[in-house]
Ligand binder design. Sequence first.
Ligand SMILES: [Zn+2]
Length: 426
Amino acid sequence: MYAAGAILLGMAAGLLFMPSEPVEAERISQAVELNVITPSVDETPVAEEIIEPQIEWRELSVGKGDTLSDMFARANLPASDMMNIINSGNHGKSLTRIYPGQSISYARNERGKLIGLRHHISRLESTEFTLTENGIEADKIVLTPDVFEQYKTATIDSSLFLAGQRAGLSQNQIMEVAGIFSGVIDFVLDPRKGDNFSVLYEELFLNGEKIGDGNIIAAQYNGNDGEYTAYRYTDEQGNVGFYSPDGVSMRKAFLRAPLDFTRISSSFNLRRKHPIHNKIKAHRGIDYAAPRGTPIYAAGDGRVIKAGFSRANGNYVFIQHGEQYVTKYLHLHKRKVKQGQRVKQKQIIGSVGSTGYATGPHLHYEFLVNGVHRNPRTIVDKLPKAKSIDKREMARFNEATQPVAQQFAAYQQRFAMNDMSADQGN
Ligand SMILES: [Zn+2]
């Protein structure tokens, strides 16, 4: 779910980018060739376009803290028109929620009266208000981008992050790849040099221009401890997840580490003496050194059984997962959950700090099974996975993933051959 969230965020960020070309040109192309959702009007489109007088649209970007009143004032438009539009229905109400990165454009007739207003919500979404003597009409315009596939592959030199960047993947995509495999690969601690990964994903285009990345469809990770392939699949209930070719979920019941691997300091050492207790044996968890304020996630779904402060632990949170498991998080800078609260895996429960007996900002993390401390790093592999595809759904799963698998394999083969010819050339 986190991975899906990350990519959605990425898309949203991409879509916030507003067109710089004249708005009228874009409007025409929308109507002609794209999937435009507009109420049907009785007209002959061609004739209409010839007869319609040239209307000049002006566009204003929404700045930080701008309200619709500010925008109207800046455009020198009457506040009465604004009120009429807002009160014209549900679409009108949405105008009260405008955000930086969006824009408003407007058109006046030859007498200077406002006749049209557009709220550009994203590259793909806008609302248009037409003002006539008979009232105000609102059209929601949603464009469908063209989706193309893209394939990238990389070999890790120093880190997954740098390798991904070199291959041309965005930060969000690299985080998503790490998220997909985080149940099976420990990106924090395992040496990863020489490992290789490849990704098949979607790119979104509008009028030939790239406007963002879509979903990751397939990914493969090749390392010391084996090869893992994951396909994106939406199950019968509509839940999106990544699964191995035989339908086993890539997601584990628990996160391998309750913080993002990119934030954890590389000098982290499992066997180091506890700086305050000064003995290894007494240390029953893992210390993750990370900058103060780094978000800490619930390792799995569960319920907060304790959230408080003590002299030794500082700010702490304990979470019960099912009958058998408890995870503990100590020395937090801030707590973000309350006792008794239900939490979802990867929900933020606090941030890294150095409260209590701690020399510097770090998360002290413990994992208990039936009240016994276990090594959080290795216990994850012994615990059950999150649910896999139901036997009855396997036919549907295979039907959805097999074409992707073939395509993915074809890309990999092509790139492998390119590599070989490049090697021979040297
Ligand atoms: Zn510790």
